[in-house]
Design a protein around this ligand. Structure first.
Ligand code: SF4
Length: 668
């Protein structure tokens, strides 16, 4: 039910799945399942599931047969391409379909259609971290918590977000005497288990990282044997960060963290080997997210923790067949490539933040049609009010989903996808530091809908693209994708659903160098310079104080997870709604008293961009100058308070976690 890809065992009786449990043989979750995983049957049986394709007629969505819906969609997509050019279609891939196999089909469809505007949820989530690490080492890393001695969790709350394995790893680390530091404006479940909690002011993580680096460099705590050989640009960086301006004492007013605590944590991190840092998505959603994560990537490297047991593991991907090949890439640049050129080049995609402008204002060129697969743009994207305006203006919108998502309200055609219990799919587990490909086997034939892969293949057939989508089943598609490594669907089954394509090795850079242009860890990045960005990770104006705002005196963080939901997903599962019946915002007791607000009382939250109403949850577990609003609630949509302004200039990730706001108590 999320992209973690936990191993499951499903019992089937009379053609129906009746029990789901975690697979003890799966190396990742080892039998454990989260609340959502245990509710797989609730999704399977959900009355919210789409049971048939629908076409909008006289304002209403009405059920039709597959052939009619596909013919209708193909005719409209063909007309769009002929009238306005293929670039007038954007295809959006949401979180709901994961980040692997189904995405390949969607991107292939975009290429055959010849639109450059394949756009993914990677413009909003997770890729900013990957981008920062790629710019610094040429590869992403994963923390080896099970073998570490010191763990820093920065901007993440794995006890509550969809991270099934990390909580167990943290508990084991504590049992064997390891130490944990958590950086988060909220005293989360994870922070409450830590040895040190650093409740940083929202958006000041960059300064805090520099303050820690100052301690490490000033006190000669870095790994000189590593930096001498493997770090390019270290000397200039070291000189700069040692300046007094970056001391924890100077940073205190900006970060809100006592200098002694910063010094203690920096020393412990740098002198305990091995150590690792868990970079949470909370770091990504600020206007300085990539720079902050570049600094933390540098901290991992100069302390000698890269690619060692218990440190930061680099896991190579297997050589899968690229479904985009041998198709030529579209020649027109995607939307977003002017604003975020490096992001679009690295991902070979457009950017979400550029879509509303393209639809509403025709900038840089008009987008007039969209296909949304497993996503929910009207709530997931920042500035929901403007996004909804854009969705309403589209000449054609096709939504593919398992359930009737809020985006269906704007759709001309809706196609039902089946659940993961009804489709075959492979998954590479490199992001969990395993050299493994696992198979998710369908346990029953689709009750409703089709596997997403086959929806794209059938739509392609109706468009006349059949020769590019020869796969009649998901199994054939898997055989194609894994063909170059000589593994088939049947091989995966015969090996118990898990195929190992390699073994973990450490310090791989000693053989081949790092996969960067210089072969080293790059503090100074020529690649950033080539795209017009500052190549040095310390911004000129980094020490300038944030603009204070009398009108909006509080910080607002949005989007923190609760264990039951992933954004809007699963809000429709009734047992989860009993656990969390309504949205509430967190506010510190002293701040609540200042506003005359009691626990459970309704209040209005305003930002420059919008306002919503929801109840207060008064808790000491948050900074006094900050409130926190969860995401994914239709009745109080946090993205009505956010905007595309103030996005990170490199990744284009919106600022969702260091906004300014004000509150007014009582209903409005
Ligand atoms: S984390 Fe939970 S929802 Fe995600 S795959 Fe694992 S069990 Fe399923």
């Amino acid at each position: 039910m999320c992209d973690q890809g936990c191993g499951l065992e499903v019992s089937v009786e009379d053609g129906q799945p009746v029990r789901i449990k975690g697979s003890k043989r799966h190396p990742y979750n080892k039998g454990w399942l989260c609340t959502k995983g245990r509710a797989g049957l609730d999704l399977f049986h959900s009355p919210q599931r789409l049971s048939s394709p629908m076409i909008r007629r006289e304002g209403d969505l009405v059920s039709v047969q597959w052939e009619e819906a596909l013919d209708f969609a193909a005719e409209r997509l063909g007309r769009l391409r002929d009238q306005y050019g293929p670039e007038s279609l954007a295809i959006y891939r949401g979180e709901g379909i994961g980040h692997q196999e189904i995405k390949y089909y969607m991107k292939r469809f975009a290429n055959v259609y010849r639109t450059p505007n394949f756009i993914g949820v990677g413009s909003l989530c997770h890729f900013s971290k990957t981008l920062a690490e790629n710019l610094t080492y040429g590869a992403g890393t994963g923390p080896d918590i099970d073998n570490t001695r010191f763990l820093m969790i920065w901007g993440g709350n794995p006890f509550s977000s969809h991270e099934p394995v990390v909580p167990g790893e943290i508990s084991r680390l504590k049992k064997r005497g390891g130490k944990i530091a958590v950086v988060d404006p909220r005293r989360t479940e994870t922070a409450s288990k830590a040895d040190h909690h650093l409740p940083v002011k929202p958006g000041r993580d960059e300064i805090l990282a520099l303050n820690m680096l100052h301690v490490i460099l000033k006190e000669d705590l870095w790994d000189k044997s590593f930096t001498d050989k493997w770090v390019q640009g270290f000397h200039g960086f070291c000189e700069k960060v040692r300046e007094d301006g970056f001391s924890p004492e100077n940073g205190e007013a900006m970060t809100g963290i006592m200098p002694d605590l910063v010094r203690q944590v920096a020393r412990s991190y740098a002198t305990t080997r091995p150590a690792c840092i868990y970079l949470g998505n909370g770091l990504e959603h600020h206007s300085n997210g990539v720079n902050t994560m570049r600094l933390l990537s540098i901290m991992k490297a100069i302390t000698g923790n890269l690619d060692i047991r218990g440190g930061e593991i680099i896991t190579p991907m297997p050589k899968l067949r690229d479904m985009n090949m041998p198709l030529p890439q579209p020649s027109i640049p995607p939307v977003g490539s002017q604003e975020f050129p490096l992001f679009c080049k690295m991902r070979r995609e457009g950017h979400v933040l550029a879509v509303p402008d393209a639809v509403l204002e025709g900038r840089p060129y008009p987008i007039r049609g969209m296909i949304i697969g497993g996503g929910n743009a009207s709530m997931e994207w920042p500035n929901s009010i403007r996004v909804r305006e854009a969705l309403r203006k589209l000449e054609f919108l096709l939504v593919i989903d398992v359930v009737r998502s809020p985006d269906c309200a704007y759709a001309d055609v809706v196609l039902p996808a089946c659940t993961y219990l009804e489709r075959d799919e492979h998954r590479v587990n490199a992001d969990h530091c395993f050299h493994q490909i696992s198979l998710r086997r369908r346990v029953v034939e689709p009750v409703y809908g089709l596997p997403d892969q086959m929806i794209w293949a059938r739509l392609a057939k109706h468009m006349g693209f059949e020769k590019y989508f020869p796969w009649k089943t998901c199994q054939e598609g898997i055989d194609y994708i894994l063909g170059d490594i000589g593994v088939s669907y049947e091989d995966l089954i015969s090996q118990g659903g898990i195929y190992e394509y390699g073994k973990r090795e450490y310090k791989k850079y000693e053989q081949k160098g790092f996969p960067t242009p210089t072969g080293k860890v790059e503090i100074y990045s020529e690649r950033l310079k080539d795209f017009g960005y500052d190549p040095f990770p310390i911004r000129e104006d980094v020490l300038e104080p944030f603009q204070e705002s009398g009108e909006f005196p509080l910080f607002l963080t949005t989007g923190a997870n609760v264990p039951y939901f992933v954004h809007w997903q699963y809000h429709y599962i009734s047992k989860f709604r009993k656990m969390v019946p309504e949205p509430v915002f967190e506010i510190h007791p002293e701040t609540a008293a200042q506003y005359g607000l009691s626990d459970g009382e309704m209040a209005q939250v305003n930002t420059l961009h919008g306002k919503i109403q929801l109840k207060a949850h008064v808790t000491p577990g948050i900074r006094q100058d900050t409130i926190n609003i969860p995401q994914g609630w239709e009745e109080a949509n946090a993205n009505e308070l956010t905007s595309e302004e103030d996005a990170d200039p490199i990744s284009g990730f919106p600022n969702l976690k260091s906004l300014r706001c004000r509150i007014q108590s009582g209903p409005h």
